[in-house]
Design a protein around this ligand. Sequence first.
Ligand code: TRP
Length: 331
Amino acid sequence: MENKKRAFSGIQPTGCLTLGNYVGAVKSWLNMQEEFDCIFSVVDMHSITVRQDPAALRKRCMEFFCEYIACGLDPEKSILFFQSHVSQHAELAWILNCFTYMGELSRMTQFKEKSARHADNINAGLFTYPVLMAADILLYGAEIVPVGHDQKQHVELTRDIAERFNGVYGDVFVVPEPYIPPVGARIKSLQEPEKKMSKSDPNPNGYIWVLDEPDVIMKKIKRAVTDSDGEIAYREGKDGINNLLAIYGAMTDKTPQDAAKEFEGLGYGVFKERVGEAVAETLAPIRDKYNDLLKNKDYVESVYKNGAQKASAIAYKTLRKVHKKLGFIQR
Ligand code: TRP
């Protein structure tokens, strides 16, 4: 246990957990749990950089947390917690703010995109959000940070901040590495297969929610955008079919190319049915487990309270060291 490498990752409780998140993120976390000392957080503090309705946020936070467990994240193996339950995140973020430059933050692609999309609410939190993310990672000495491709820049900034701090105060922080899932694990939107499947897509036909019922899954797959050449093959220019092959492959542990061979000569209708069945079959046990958790609120509460306690113990040690280095009087 002691000499396992540590991994940290977080998911924002926005939109809903999709098949894309499951294949691209959660599934690789399941493997990581066996090999690493893992910490996974529902990063609720990150989500308030845009306005949230309190009741909806509360519901979504709990939903994401239960979905984590239902997907197989195991509180016996990994630490699972809500970011806002561990106050050290905000405390370290303030300190790291003093080691991050305005110029660095203004270069962040996500900041540029989000400030364009929410022009009426370009708040300071949106600007310093990567610093909070750096605090999330550095508090736990995480060596590995599994993230989507869009978060790579933030992990690189985290490395720069860590190295800058270490340069002044000695080896305080572990400098983390991003782990980006392979391209094959990137599931695209069912409606716009050139874009990634987004958990915040306003059109629910674009994504499959991990808790969608089998008939809904089938309907969404049948409506998925394909092409008109009628050939099931994995090749450039066939975004819609490639995506369905990637989905089928992810559900059955095959490469999309092998999946394509399996369906050679068949029509799109039959193909879509098989893809829909494979997805429904994979997600059924997740939905069952989720429904059990709903009936077991005390258990869920014990998991997140326990998780926060364990996380906090680790985070406290790091923060204490940082305070000492900075010259703060020890508490
Ligand atoms: N910013 C990440 C995202 O939007 C979520 C996140 C917050 C995160 N803190 C993290 C991911 C720390 C990895 C590590 O997807």
